[in-house]
Design a protein around this ligand. Structure first.
Ligand code: GCB
Length: 592
Protein backbone atom coordinates (compact mmCIF):
# COMPACT_ATOMS: atom_id res chain seq x y z
CA UNK A 1 0.00 0.00 0.00
CA UNK A 2 1.45 3.33 -1.08
CA UNK A 3 2.17 5.98 1.48
CA UNK A 4 0.14 9.13 0.78
CA UNK A 5 2.40 11.83 -0.66
CA UNK A 6 1.92 15.25 -2.19
CA UNK A 7 2.95 15.07 -5.87
CA UNK A 8 2.17 17.27 -8.87
CA UNK A 9 -1.12 15.33 -9.18
CA UNK A 10 -1.96 14.53 -5.55
CA UNK A 11 -2.70 16.67 -2.51
CA UNK A 12 -2.54 15.79 1.11
CA UNK A 13 -4.15 17.16 4.28
CA UNK A 14 -2.95 15.96 7.66
CA UNK A 15 -5.81 15.43 10.15
CA UNK A 16 -3.74 15.19 13.33
CA UNK A 17 -4.62 17.33 16.33
CA UNK A 18 -7.38 17.26 18.91
CA UNK A 19 -10.43 15.10 18.22
CA UNK A 20 -13.63 14.76 20.25
CA UNK A 21 -13.30 11.54 22.21
CA UNK A 22 -15.51 9.17 24.22
CA UNK A 23 -15.41 5.57 25.35
CA UNK A 24 -18.25 3.43 24.09
CA UNK A 25 -20.47 3.63 27.17
CA UNK A 26 -20.44 7.44 27.10
CA UNK A 27 -20.78 7.80 23.33
CA UNK A 28 -24.46 6.91 22.86
CA UNK A 29 -26.03 4.35 20.53
CA UNK A 30 -24.71 5.55 17.18
CA UNK A 31 -21.68 7.72 17.98
CA UNK A 32 -21.17 8.44 14.28
CA UNK A 33 -24.81 9.55 13.80
CA UNK A 34 -24.27 13.12 15.06
CA UNK A 35 -21.92 15.33 17.02
CA UNK A 36 -20.26 13.26 19.73
CA UNK A 37 -21.61 14.57 23.03
CA UNK A 38 -18.49 14.55 25.20
CA UNK A 39 -16.35 16.93 27.27
CA UNK A 40 -13.18 15.05 26.28
CA UNK A 41 -10.70 15.69 23.53
CA UNK A 42 -7.91 13.29 22.63
CA UNK A 43 -4.64 14.01 20.88
CA UNK A 44 -3.96 12.25 17.59
CA UNK A 45 -1.49 10.65 17.22
CA UNK A 46 -1.38 9.14 20.71
CA UNK A 47 -2.63 6.12 22.57
CA UNK A 48 -5.60 7.34 24.60
CA UNK A 49 -4.84 5.33 27.75
CA UNK A 50 -2.50 7.70 29.60
CA UNK A 51 -3.99 10.99 28.37
CA UNK A 52 -6.74 11.12 30.99
CA UNK A 53 -6.76 10.69 34.75
CA UNK A 54 -9.79 8.41 34.59
CA UNK A 55 -8.78 4.80 35.26
CA UNK A 56 -11.88 3.60 33.43
CA UNK A 57 -10.47 5.05 30.22
CA UNK A 58 -6.99 3.71 30.88
CA UNK A 59 -8.25 0.16 31.42
CA UNK A 60 -11.14 0.35 28.95
CA UNK A 61 -11.93 -2.85 27.02
CA UNK A 62 -13.99 -2.33 23.89
CA UNK A 63 -14.66 0.53 21.48
CA UNK A 64 -13.78 4.20 21.80
CA UNK A 65 -14.81 6.99 19.43
CA UNK A 66 -12.86 9.81 17.87
CA UNK A 67 -14.57 12.54 15.90
CA UNK A 68 -13.77 15.79 14.11
CA UNK A 69 -15.04 17.76 11.18
CA UNK A 70 -13.01 17.94 8.01
CA UNK A 71 -13.27 20.33 5.11
CA UNK A 72 -12.45 18.98 1.67
CA UNK A 73 -10.26 21.52 -0.17
CA UNK A 74 -12.37 23.26 -2.77
CA UNK A 75 -9.89 22.52 -5.53
CA UNK A 76 -10.52 18.78 -5.23
CA UNK A 77 -13.67 18.69 -7.40
CA UNK A 78 -13.17 15.97 -10.01
CA UNK A 79 -10.53 14.14 -7.95
CA UNK A 80 -10.94 10.96 -5.94
CA UNK A 81 -10.82 11.62 -2.20
CA UNK A 82 -9.49 9.17 0.35
CA UNK A 83 -9.21 8.92 4.10
CA UNK A 84 -6.15 7.01 5.26
CA UNK A 85 -5.62 5.82 8.82
CA UNK A 86 -1.96 4.93 9.47
CA UNK A 87 -3.00 2.69 12.38
CA UNK A 88 -6.05 2.04 14.58
CA UNK A 89 -4.99 -0.23 17.41
CA UNK A 90 -6.31 -2.91 17.20
CA UNK A 91 -9.40 -2.51 15.08
CA UNK A 92 -10.90 0.45 13.22
CA UNK A 93 -14.21 1.61 11.74
CA UNK A 94 -14.38 4.80 9.73
CA UNK A 95 -17.60 6.77 9.18
CA UNK A 96 -18.13 9.72 6.89
CA UNK A 97 -21.22 11.39 8.33
CA UNK A 98 -23.62 8.43 8.75
CA UNK A 99 -21.89 6.05 6.37
CA UNK A 100 -19.47 3.28 7.29
CA UNK A 101 -16.67 3.56 4.71
CA UNK A 102 -13.93 1.27 6.06
CA UNK A 103 -13.34 -1.49 8.58
CA UNK A 104 -9.98 -2.98 9.46
CA UNK A 105 -8.51 -5.48 11.92
CA UNK A 106 -4.84 -5.37 12.91
CA UNK A 107 -3.50 -2.51 14.97
CA UNK A 108 -0.22 -1.61 13.29
CA UNK A 109 -0.85 -1.45 9.56
CA UNK A 110 -2.62 1.25 7.57
CA UNK A 111 -5.98 1.15 5.84
CA UNK A 112 -7.97 3.59 3.77
CA UNK A 113 -11.36 4.36 2.25
CA UNK A 114 -12.34 6.04 -0.99
CA UNK A 115 -14.91 8.57 0.17
CA UNK A 116 -15.42 10.42 -3.13
CA UNK A 117 -19.13 9.55 -3.32
CA UNK A 118 -19.77 10.82 0.21
CA UNK A 119 -18.04 14.21 0.25
CA UNK A 120 -18.10 17.47 -1.71
CA UNK A 121 -15.13 19.66 -2.53
CA UNK A 122 -15.25 22.83 -0.46
CA UNK A 123 -17.67 21.34 2.10
CA UNK A 124 -17.28 19.88 5.56
CA UNK A 125 -18.07 16.37 6.66
CA UNK A 126 -18.11 14.61 10.02
CA UNK A 127 -15.33 12.05 10.34
CA UNK A 128 -15.83 9.49 13.10
CA UNK A 129 -13.39 6.70 13.79
CA UNK A 130 -14.24 3.86 16.16
CA UNK A 131 -11.26 2.02 17.61
CA UNK A 132 -11.60 -1.37 19.31
CA UNK A 133 -8.84 -2.77 21.52
CA UNK A 134 -10.02 -6.31 22.22
CA UNK A 135 -7.56 -9.16 21.86
CA UNK A 136 -8.91 -12.68 21.53
CA UNK A 137 -7.81 -16.12 20.34
CA UNK A 138 -8.45 -14.96 16.79
CA UNK A 139 -6.54 -11.67 16.81
CA UNK A 140 -2.86 -10.88 16.27
CA UNK A 141 -1.58 -10.40 18.89
CA UNK A 142 -3.83 -12.74 20.85
CA UNK A 143 -5.42 -12.22 24.25
CA UNK A 144 -8.33 -13.19 26.48
CA UNK A 145 -11.16 -11.16 27.95
CA UNK A 146 -12.36 -12.12 31.40
CA UNK A 147 -15.10 -10.69 33.58
CA UNK A 148 -14.39 -9.77 37.21
CA UNK A 149 -16.72 -10.69 40.08
CA UNK A 150 -18.18 -7.17 39.97
CA UNK A 151 -18.85 -7.42 36.26
CA UNK A 152 -15.92 -5.45 34.78
CA UNK A 153 -14.38 -6.73 31.59
CA UNK A 154 -10.63 -7.18 31.75
CA UNK A 155 -8.15 -7.79 28.99
CA UNK A 156 -5.27 -10.20 29.54
CA UNK A 157 -2.61 -11.06 27.03
CA UNK A 158 0.53 -13.11 26.54
CA UNK A 159 3.04 -10.29 26.13
CA UNK A 160 4.36 -7.92 28.77
CA UNK A 161 4.11 -4.51 27.05
CA UNK A 162 1.05 -2.47 27.81
CA UNK A 163 -1.95 -2.89 25.52
CA UNK A 164 -1.96 0.75 24.46
CA UNK A 165 -4.78 1.54 22.03
CA UNK A 166 -6.25 4.29 19.91
CA UNK A 167 -5.12 6.38 16.94
CA UNK A 168 -1.40 6.26 17.62
CA UNK A 169 -0.39 7.35 14.12
CA UNK A 170 -1.48 10.00 11.65
CA UNK A 171 -4.79 10.27 9.83
CA UNK A 172 -4.84 11.79 6.33
CA UNK A 173 -7.22 13.14 3.73
CA UNK A 174 -5.76 13.01 0.26
CA UNK A 175 -6.67 13.31 -3.37
CA UNK A 176 -5.74 11.10 -6.31
CA UNK A 177 -6.71 11.46 -9.96
CA UNK A 178 -9.28 8.98 -11.28
CA UNK A 179 -6.63 7.16 -13.28
CA UNK A 180 -3.80 6.66 -10.83
CA UNK A 181 -0.97 4.51 -9.51
CA UNK A 182 -2.34 1.92 -7.08
CA UNK A 183 0.90 0.20 -6.14
CA UNK A 184 4.59 0.05 -6.98
CA UNK A 185 6.96 -2.81 -6.21
CA UNK A 186 10.71 -2.31 -6.57
CA UNK A 187 13.29 -5.11 -6.47
CA UNK A 188 16.86 -3.84 -6.57
CA UNK A 189 19.89 -5.86 -7.66
CA UNK A 190 23.55 -5.33 -8.42
CA UNK A 191 25.59 -6.45 -11.44
CA UNK A 192 29.14 -5.20 -11.15
CA UNK A 193 28.96 -1.40 -11.07
CA UNK A 194 25.40 -1.38 -12.40
CA UNK A 195 22.31 -1.27 -10.25
CA UNK A 196 19.29 -3.16 -11.57
CA UNK A 197 15.83 -1.98 -10.63
CA UNK A 198 13.06 -4.47 -11.24
CA UNK A 199 9.76 -2.64 -10.99
CA UNK A 200 6.11 -3.36 -11.37
CA UNK A 201 3.31 -0.79 -11.31
CA UNK A 202 -0.39 -1.44 -10.71
CA UNK A 203 -2.75 1.22 -12.02
CA UNK A 204 -6.41 1.85 -11.20
CA UNK A 205 -7.41 1.12 -14.82
CA UNK A 206 -5.90 0.44 -18.23
CA UNK A 207 -3.19 3.06 -18.76
CA UNK A 208 0.21 3.71 -20.21
CA UNK A 209 3.08 3.82 -17.71
CA UNK A 210 6.32 5.77 -17.94
CA UNK A 211 9.05 5.49 -15.31
CA UNK A 212 12.34 7.17 -14.59
CA UNK A 213 14.93 6.87 -11.87
CA UNK A 214 16.29 10.06 -10.32
CA UNK A 215 19.34 10.19 -8.09
CA UNK A 216 19.64 12.02 -4.78
CA UNK A 217 20.25 15.31 -6.63
CA UNK A 218 17.19 14.80 -8.81
CA UNK A 219 19.20 13.97 -11.96
CA UNK A 220 17.64 11.38 -14.25
CA UNK A 221 19.74 8.22 -14.43
CA UNK A 222 17.44 5.67 -16.11
CA UNK A 223 14.13 5.65 -17.96
CA UNK A 224 11.65 3.05 -19.13
CA UNK A 225 8.13 2.37 -20.33
CA UNK A 226 5.47 -0.13 -19.42
CA UNK A 227 4.01 -1.38 -16.16
CA UNK A 228 6.83 -3.88 -15.57
CA UNK A 229 10.49 -3.94 -16.42
CA UNK A 230 14.07 -3.72 -15.29
CA UNK A 231 15.96 -0.43 -15.33
CA UNK A 232 19.71 -0.15 -15.13
CA UNK A 233 21.66 2.48 -13.19
CA UNK A 234 25.27 2.74 -14.38
CA UNK A 235 27.88 3.50 -11.68
CA UNK A 236 25.28 2.92 -9.04
CA UNK A 237 25.72 4.30 -5.53
CA UNK A 238 24.70 1.51 -3.18
CA UNK A 239 22.56 1.88 -0.08
CA UNK A 240 24.88 0.72 2.70
CA UNK A 241 24.43 0.36 6.45
CA UNK A 242 25.61 3.66 7.92
CA UNK A 243 25.85 5.22 4.44
CA UNK A 244 22.37 5.47 3.00
CA UNK A 245 21.79 6.54 -0.58
CA UNK A 246 18.30 6.83 -2.00
CA UNK A 247 17.07 7.03 -5.55
CA UNK A 248 13.50 7.82 -6.53
CA UNK A 249 11.37 5.88 -9.00
CA UNK A 250 9.12 8.48 -10.63
CA UNK A 251 6.05 6.74 -12.02
CA UNK A 252 3.78 8.51 -14.51
CA UNK A 253 0.40 7.12 -15.44
CA UNK A 254 -0.71 8.14 -18.92
CA UNK A 255 -4.22 8.67 -20.16
CA UNK A 256 -3.43 8.77 -23.88
CA UNK A 257 -0.75 11.48 -24.10
CA UNK A 258 -1.84 13.20 -20.92
CA UNK A 259 -0.05 12.55 -17.63
CA UNK A 260 -2.86 11.60 -15.28
CA UNK A 261 -0.87 10.76 -12.13
CA UNK A 262 2.69 11.11 -10.87
CA UNK A 263 4.04 9.25 -7.85
CA UNK A 264 7.62 8.99 -6.64
CA UNK A 265 8.70 6.01 -4.58
CA UNK A 266 12.09 6.28 -2.85
CA UNK A 267 14.29 3.17 -2.93
CA UNK A 268 17.85 2.06 -2.36
CA UNK A 269 20.01 -0.36 -4.30
CA UNK A 270 21.41 -3.07 -2.07
CA UNK A 271 21.40 -6.83 -1.84
CA UNK A 272 20.76 -9.10 1.12
CA UNK A 273 21.78 -12.72 1.28
CA UNK A 274 22.36 -15.50 3.78
CA UNK A 275 25.30 -17.64 2.75
CA UNK A 276 26.49 -20.44 5.02
CA UNK A 277 26.68 -18.85 8.45
CA UNK A 278 27.07 -15.29 7.17
CA UNK A 279 24.54 -12.51 6.75
CA UNK A 280 25.62 -10.47 3.74
CA UNK A 281 24.55 -6.96 2.76
CA UNK A 282 25.96 -6.02 -0.65
CA UNK A 283 28.01 -9.21 -0.51
CA UNK A 284 29.80 -8.14 2.68
CA UNK A 285 29.34 -9.77 6.10
CA UNK A 286 27.12 -7.69 8.33
CA UNK A 287 27.16 -7.90 12.14
CA UNK A 288 23.99 -6.52 13.78
CA UNK A 289 24.50 -4.27 16.81
CA UNK A 290 21.49 -2.64 18.40
CA UNK A 291 18.23 -3.31 20.13
CA UNK A 292 14.80 -4.72 20.26
CA UNK A 293 12.81 -1.51 20.65
CA UNK A 294 9.26 -0.47 21.49
CA UNK A 295 7.11 2.42 20.39
CA UNK A 296 6.64 3.69 23.92
CA UNK A 297 6.92 7.09 25.56
CA UNK A 298 5.36 8.73 28.61
CA UNK A 299 1.85 10.13 28.12
CA UNK A 300 1.70 9.31 24.39
CA UNK A 301 2.00 5.55 24.91
CA UNK A 302 2.53 4.15 21.43
CA UNK A 303 1.78 7.47 19.76
CA UNK A 304 4.28 8.35 17.06
CA UNK A 305 6.40 11.37 17.92
CA UNK A 306 8.97 12.85 15.54
CA UNK A 307 10.98 14.35 18.42
CA UNK A 308 11.46 10.94 20.05
CA UNK A 309 12.14 9.48 16.61
CA UNK A 310 15.04 11.87 16.05
CA UNK A 311 16.34 11.52 19.59
CA UNK A 312 16.17 7.71 19.65
CA UNK A 313 18.13 7.51 16.40
CA UNK A 314 20.66 9.98 17.79
CA UNK A 315 21.14 7.78 20.83
CA UNK A 316 21.47 4.70 18.65
CA UNK A 317 24.13 6.44 16.62
CA UNK A 318 25.91 7.59 19.80
CA UNK A 319 25.99 4.07 21.18
CA UNK A 320 27.15 2.44 17.94
CA UNK A 321 23.91 0.62 17.08
CA UNK A 322 23.62 -0.11 13.38
CA UNK A 323 20.22 -1.84 13.51
CA UNK A 324 17.05 -2.64 15.45
CA UNK A 325 14.12 -5.04 15.41
CA UNK A 326 10.58 -3.65 15.28
CA UNK A 327 9.66 -5.74 18.31
CA UNK A 328 6.80 -6.64 18.56
CA UNK A 329 4.75 -5.05 15.72
CA UNK A 330 5.28 -2.97 12.59
CA UNK A 331 6.44 0.54 13.52
CA UNK A 332 5.19 3.84 12.10
CA UNK A 333 6.12 4.45 8.47
CA UNK A 334 7.97 7.61 9.52
CA UNK A 335 10.37 5.33 11.42
CA UNK A 336 10.96 3.11 8.40
CA UNK A 337 11.60 6.08 6.13
CA UNK A 338 14.00 7.59 8.65
CA UNK A 339 15.92 4.30 8.77
CA UNK A 340 16.05 4.31 4.95
CA UNK A 341 17.44 7.83 4.88
CA UNK A 342 20.02 7.24 7.61
CA UNK A 343 21.32 3.78 6.75
CA UNK A 344 19.92 1.94 9.75
CA UNK A 345 19.22 -1.74 9.26
CA UNK A 346 15.82 -3.10 10.30
CA UNK A 347 14.44 -6.52 11.13
CA UNK A 348 10.74 -6.00 10.47
CA UNK A 349 8.41 -7.95 12.77
CA UNK A 350 4.68 -8.70 12.63
CA UNK A 351 2.47 -8.25 15.70
CA UNK A 352 2.41 -12.03 16.27
CA UNK A 353 3.69 -11.95 19.84
CA UNK A 354 2.38 -14.37 22.46
CA UNK A 355 1.42 -17.44 20.42
CA UNK A 356 2.69 -19.39 23.36
CA UNK A 357 0.64 -20.80 26.21
CA UNK A 358 3.78 -22.27 27.75
CA UNK A 359 4.65 -18.84 29.13
CA UNK A 360 1.55 -19.22 31.34
CA UNK A 361 3.22 -22.26 32.87
CA UNK A 362 5.98 -19.99 34.21
CA UNK A 363 9.52 -21.24 33.92
CA UNK A 364 8.40 -24.87 33.69
CA UNK A 365 7.75 -24.24 30.00
CA UNK A 366 4.81 -26.64 30.19
CA UNK A 367 1.65 -25.21 28.66
CA UNK A 368 -1.57 -25.75 30.65
CA UNK A 369 -3.33 -26.34 27.29
CA UNK A 370 -1.89 -26.99 23.85
CA UNK A 371 -0.95 -23.74 22.11
CA UNK A 372 -1.93 -24.87 18.64
CA UNK A 373 -5.42 -26.38 18.55
CA UNK A 374 -8.87 -25.39 17.24
CA UNK A 375 -9.82 -24.28 20.79
CA UNK A 376 -6.69 -22.15 21.29
CA UNK A 377 -4.76 -20.93 18.25
CA UNK A 378 -6.15 -22.63 15.15
CA UNK A 379 -7.04 -21.86 11.55
CA UNK A 380 -8.68 -18.52 12.30
CA UNK A 381 -5.65 -17.29 14.23
CA UNK A 382 -3.40 -18.43 11.42
CA UNK A 383 -5.51 -16.58 8.87
CA UNK A 384 -5.27 -13.39 10.94
CA UNK A 385 -1.51 -14.00 11.15
CA UNK A 386 -1.31 -14.51 7.36
CA UNK A 387 -3.17 -11.25 6.85
CA UNK A 388 -0.73 -9.48 9.19
CA UNK A 389 2.16 -10.80 7.07
CA UNK A 390 0.46 -9.71 3.82
CA UNK A 391 -0.14 -6.21 5.14
CA UNK A 392 3.36 -5.84 6.56
CA UNK A 393 5.02 -6.82 3.29
CA UNK A 394 2.60 -4.75 1.22
CA UNK A 395 3.51 -1.71 3.34
CA UNK A 396 7.26 -2.20 3.79
CA UNK A 397 8.48 -4.12 0.72
CA UNK A 398 10.28 -1.14 -0.85
CA UNK A 399 12.31 -0.07 2.19
CA UNK A 400 16.02 -0.70 1.69
CA UNK A 401 16.50 -0.62 5.49
CA UNK A 402 14.39 -3.76 5.89
CA UNK A 403 16.75 -6.73 5.50
CA UNK A 404 14.71 -9.51 7.11
CA UNK A 405 11.09 -10.35 7.99
CA UNK A 406 10.41 -11.67 11.47
CA UNK A 407 7.11 -13.57 11.38
CA UNK A 408 6.62 -14.05 15.14
CA UNK A 409 8.13 -13.40 18.54
CA UNK A 410 8.55 -16.35 20.87
CA UNK A 411 5.90 -18.73 19.54
CA UNK A 412 5.67 -22.12 21.20
CA UNK A 413 7.94 -23.63 18.56
CA UNK A 414 8.72 -26.82 20.49
CA UNK A 415 5.09 -27.91 20.72
CA UNK A 416 2.91 -30.25 18.67
CA UNK A 417 1.25 -28.34 15.86
CA UNK A 418 3.94 -25.63 15.62
CA UNK A 419 5.25 -26.89 12.30
CA UNK A 420 1.78 -27.26 10.79
CA UNK A 421 0.96 -23.75 11.95
CA UNK A 422 4.15 -22.09 10.69
CA UNK A 423 5.05 -23.90 7.48
CA UNK A 424 2.32 -22.24 5.36
CA UNK A 425 3.12 -18.83 6.87
CA UNK A 426 6.79 -19.10 5.96
CA UNK A 427 5.81 -20.20 2.45
CA UNK A 428 3.48 -17.22 2.16
CA UNK A 429 6.21 -14.81 3.31
CA UNK A 430 8.66 -16.19 0.76
CA UNK A 431 6.07 -16.06 -2.01
CA UNK A 432 5.24 -12.43 -1.23
CA UNK A 433 8.92 -11.50 -1.01
CA UNK A 434 11.46 -13.97 -2.40
CA UNK A 435 14.29 -11.46 -1.85
CA UNK A 436 14.59 -11.17 1.93
CA UNK A 437 15.57 -13.74 4.57
CA UNK A 438 12.91 -14.79 7.06
CA UNK A 439 13.24 -15.45 10.79
CA UNK A 440 11.29 -15.83 14.02
CA UNK A 441 12.55 -15.00 17.52
CA UNK A 442 12.87 -18.21 19.55
CA UNK A 443 11.87 -18.40 23.21
CA UNK A 444 14.17 -19.91 25.82
CA UNK A 445 12.03 -23.10 26.06
CA UNK A 446 12.84 -23.83 22.43
CA UNK A 447 16.16 -25.65 22.42
CA UNK A 448 18.22 -26.88 19.52
CA UNK A 449 16.86 -30.38 20.04
CA UNK A 450 13.17 -29.77 20.72
CA UNK A 451 12.42 -26.84 18.38
CA UNK A 452 10.30 -27.96 15.41
CA UNK A 453 10.47 -25.05 12.99
CA UNK A 454 13.97 -23.54 12.93
CA UNK A 455 14.96 -25.34 9.71
CA UNK A 456 12.20 -23.45 7.85
CA UNK A 457 13.99 -20.14 8.47
CA UNK A 458 17.22 -18.46 7.30
CA UNK A 459 18.67 -17.01 10.48
CA UNK A 460 18.41 -18.43 14.00
CA UNK A 461 17.20 -15.55 16.15
CA UNK A 462 17.35 -16.41 19.84
CA UNK A 463 15.93 -14.64 22.88
CA UNK A 464 17.90 -15.72 25.96
CA UNK A 465 17.92 -14.52 29.57
CA UNK A 466 20.57 -16.65 31.32
CA UNK A 467 21.60 -14.69 34.37
CA UNK A 468 18.18 -13.06 34.64
CA UNK A 469 15.17 -15.43 34.48
CA UNK A 470 17.47 -18.46 34.74
CA UNK A 471 20.53 -18.58 37.05
CA UNK A 472 19.47 -15.19 38.44
CA UNK A 473 22.48 -13.42 39.92
CA UNK A 474 24.85 -16.28 39.06
CA UNK A 475 26.68 -15.18 35.97
CA UNK A 476 29.24 -18.00 36.10
CA UNK A 477 26.51 -20.64 35.79
CA UNK A 478 24.67 -18.48 33.28
CA UNK A 479 27.77 -18.35 31.09
CA UNK A 480 28.04 -22.14 30.88
CA UNK A 481 24.31 -22.51 30.14
CA UNK A 482 24.41 -19.88 27.43
CA UNK A 483 27.44 -21.32 25.71
CA UNK A 484 26.05 -24.85 25.72
CA UNK A 485 22.73 -23.58 24.33
CA UNK A 486 24.30 -21.55 21.51
CA UNK A 487 26.75 -24.29 20.51
CA UNK A 488 23.84 -26.73 20.25
CA UNK A 489 22.04 -24.49 17.72
CA UNK A 490 25.23 -23.80 15.80
CA UNK A 491 26.04 -27.50 15.45
CA UNK A 492 22.56 -28.70 14.53
CA UNK A 493 21.58 -26.10 11.94
CA UNK A 494 24.72 -24.58 10.42
CA UNK A 495 22.93 -21.24 9.97
CA UNK A 496 23.78 -17.72 11.09
CA UNK A 497 22.80 -17.07 14.71
CA UNK A 498 21.96 -13.80 16.33
CA UNK A 499 20.76 -12.88 19.79
CA UNK A 500 17.54 -10.93 19.31
CA UNK A 501 16.98 -10.45 23.05
CA UNK A 502 19.21 -10.51 26.10
CA UNK A 503 18.85 -8.15 29.02
CA UNK A 504 18.49 -7.55 32.74
CA UNK A 505 16.04 -5.28 34.55
CA UNK A 506 17.92 -2.36 36.08
CA UNK A 507 16.83 0.41 38.41
CA UNK A 508 18.83 3.53 37.58
CA UNK A 509 20.73 4.69 40.64
CA UNK A 510 20.83 1.27 42.33
CA UNK A 511 24.43 0.17 42.90
CA UNK A 512 26.34 -2.71 44.44
CA UNK A 513 29.88 -4.09 44.64
CA UNK A 514 28.45 -7.61 44.17
CA UNK A 515 26.65 -9.24 41.28
CA UNK A 516 23.29 -8.03 42.52
CA UNK A 517 20.36 -8.17 40.09
CA UNK A 518 18.57 -4.85 39.41
CA UNK A 519 21.76 -2.80 39.92
CA UNK A 520 23.47 -0.83 37.17
CA UNK A 521 26.64 -2.89 37.71
CA UNK A 522 24.73 -6.13 37.22
CA UNK A 523 23.31 -5.03 33.88
CA UNK A 524 26.85 -4.26 32.73
CA UNK A 525 28.27 -7.55 34.02
CA UNK A 526 25.35 -9.47 32.52
CA UNK A 527 25.89 -7.92 29.07
CA UNK A 528 29.67 -8.45 29.30
CA UNK A 529 29.12 -12.15 30.10
CA UNK A 530 26.85 -12.50 27.07
CA UNK A 531 29.39 -10.77 24.85
CA UNK A 532 32.19 -13.09 25.95
CA UNK A 533 30.10 -16.04 24.84
CA UNK A 534 28.94 -14.46 21.56
CA UNK A 535 32.55 -13.75 20.63
CA UNK A 536 33.35 -17.46 20.99
CA UNK A 537 30.61 -18.61 18.58
CA UNK A 538 31.73 -18.56 14.92
CA UNK A 539 28.26 -18.43 13.41
CA UNK A 540 27.29 -15.32 15.37
CA UNK A 541 26.00 -12.45 13.20
CA UNK A 542 24.56 -10.03 15.71
CA UNK A 543 23.43 -8.83 19.10
CA UNK A 544 20.26 -6.91 19.90
CA UNK A 545 20.00 -6.00 23.57
CA UNK A 546 16.57 -6.09 25.18
CA UNK A 547 15.60 -3.25 25.35
CA UNK A 548 16.61 0.13 23.98
CA UNK A 549 14.61 1.93 26.69
CA UNK A 550 12.41 1.08 29.68
CA UNK A 551 8.80 0.67 28.61
CA UNK A 552 5.33 0.40 30.12
CA UNK A 553 3.82 -3.00 30.86
CA UNK A 554 0.66 -4.34 32.40
CA UNK A 555 0.72 -4.43 36.20
CA UNK A 556 2.51 -7.37 37.80
CA UNK A 557 4.88 -8.43 40.52
CA UNK A 558 7.77 -8.82 38.06
CA UNK A 559 7.69 -5.22 36.96
CA UNK A 560 8.37 -1.91 38.72
CA UNK A 561 6.44 0.73 36.77
CA UNK A 562 7.18 -1.19 33.60
CA UNK A 563 9.94 -3.31 32.13
CA UNK A 564 13.31 -1.93 33.26
CA UNK A 565 15.60 -3.76 30.87
CA UNK A 566 16.20 -0.54 28.98
CA UNK A 567 19.77 0.55 28.43
CA UNK A 568 18.16 3.99 28.51
CA UNK A 569 15.42 4.99 30.93
CA UNK A 570 11.94 5.66 29.60
CA UNK A 571 12.90 9.35 29.29
CA UNK A 572 16.04 8.30 27.39
CA UNK A 573 18.81 8.85 29.95
CA UNK A 574 21.69 6.38 29.76
CA UNK A 575 22.17 3.78 32.46
CA UNK A 576 25.80 2.75 33.14
CA UNK A 577 25.47 -0.14 30.66
CA UNK A 578 24.93 2.34 27.84
CA UNK A 579 28.52 3.56 28.18
CA UNK A 580 29.86 -0.01 28.24
CA UNK A 581 27.86 -0.93 25.14
CA UNK A 582 29.11 2.17 23.42
CA UNK A 583 32.69 1.14 24.11
CA UNK A 584 32.05 -2.29 22.62
CA UNK A 585 30.01 -1.24 19.62
CA UNK A 586 32.08 1.72 18.56
CA UNK A 587 35.24 -0.38 18.85
CA UNK A 588 33.84 -3.39 17.00
CA UNK A 589 35.17 -2.19 13.67
CA UNK A 590 36.21 -5.62 12.43
CA UNK A 591 32.80 -7.19 13.04
CA UNK A 592 30.51 -4.39 11.84
C1 GCB B 1 10.80 -11.75 26.24
C2 GCB B 1 9.84 -11.06 25.33
C3 GCB B 1 9.81 -9.56 25.56
C4 GCB B 1 9.81 -9.27 27.06
C5 GCB B 1 11.09 -9.82 27.65
C6 GCB B 1 11.19 -9.62 29.16
O1 GCB B 1 11.23 -12.83 26.00
O2 GCB B 1 10.09 -11.33 23.97
O3 GCB B 1 8.66 -9.04 24.94
O4 GCB B 1 9.68 -7.92 27.34
O5 GCB B 1 11.17 -11.19 27.41
O6 GCB B 1 11.79 -8.65 29.58
O7 GCB B 1 10.66 -10.43 29.90
Amino acid sequence: MLRPRATPTRELVNLDGLWRFAIDAAAGERPWGGRLDTPLEAAVPASYNDLFTDREIRDHVGWVWYQRSVRVPRGWAGERVRVRVDAATHEGRVYVDDVLVAEHAGGYTPFEADVTEHVTAGHEFRLTIGVGNELTGRTIPPGTITVTADGRRRQTYLHDFSNYAGLARSVWLYSVPHLHVEDVTIVPGVEGDTGTVGYSVRTSGPAGVRVRVVDADGAEVATGEGANGVLRIPDVTLWRPGAAYLYGLVVEVLDGDRVSDVYTEPFGVRTVEVRGTSFLINGEPFYFTGFGKHEDTPVRGKGHDDAYLVHDFQLMDWIGANSFRTSHYPYAEEVMEFADRHGIVVIDETAAVGLNLAVQGGLTGVPPRPTFSPETFGDETREAHAQAIRELIARDKNHPSVVMWCVANEPSSAEDGAREYFEPLVELTRKLDPTRPVCYAAVIFATHDNDRIADLFDVLCLNRYYGWYIATGDLATAETYLERDLRGWAERFGKPIMMTEYGADTMPGLHSVWDTPWTEEYQQAYLAMNHRVFDRIEAFVGEHVWNFADFQTSDGIHRVDGNRKGVFTRDRRPKAAAHALRARWTGLAGRR
